[in-house]
Design a protein around this ligand. Sequence first.
Ligand code: G3P
Length: 214
Amino acid sequence: MKIFIDSGDTNEIREAQSMGLVDGVTTNPSLTAKTGKPFKQLILEICEIVDGPISAEVVSLKADEMIKEGKDIASWHKNIIVKVPLIPEGLKAVREFTAMGIKTNVTLCFNANQALLAAKAGATYVSPFVGRLDDIGSDGMQLIRDIRQIFDNYAIETQILTASARTPIHFMEAAKIGSDVITAPWSVLQAIIKHPLTDSGLKKFLEDWEKSKK
Ligand code: G3P
């Protein structure tokens, strides 16, 4: 499973990258707005840190405007993936992007039928939002299972990008199900690295080492 970091914070992206954790980066308008940096400058900074797919989202709502916006964004750097919302106009835009050879990440996916339509439009990635489904009492990870089954039934090449991951359980389940990619915030990636037995075990080893030197 490839690991993307879901962030616009270049410090945490750099930190995660230095541990060899990240294969790519996803952003969304909420994350990029939080940084206060101009969008293009931020995306190009991220492209300098991580040599992998970097999702940058269009904000237009009409297909022709999304296409214009997405073509511009894609021209900034070879690694940019144009992120498009899963709405009818978005699917039209994805179809055009696919014909142009521009890679896409279809976002805000909340059911398996939507995922299938994104794949039919030619999406490179589809992003089901598991945490937001859990928030409303649905089972986010079941959606990943359903999409995996459907995509495998038809050898669909669109990659499942588990998004809105909030916990280490989301991470582990995504890997078990066979999600192609997971994107997670830095807080979740840090939680995965840490284990209290690792910390207490290391503390004891170092204490014993100090004693043996005496
Ligand atoms: O990649 C999508 C993700 O940013 C949404 O996460 O936690 O806002 O639901 P969240």
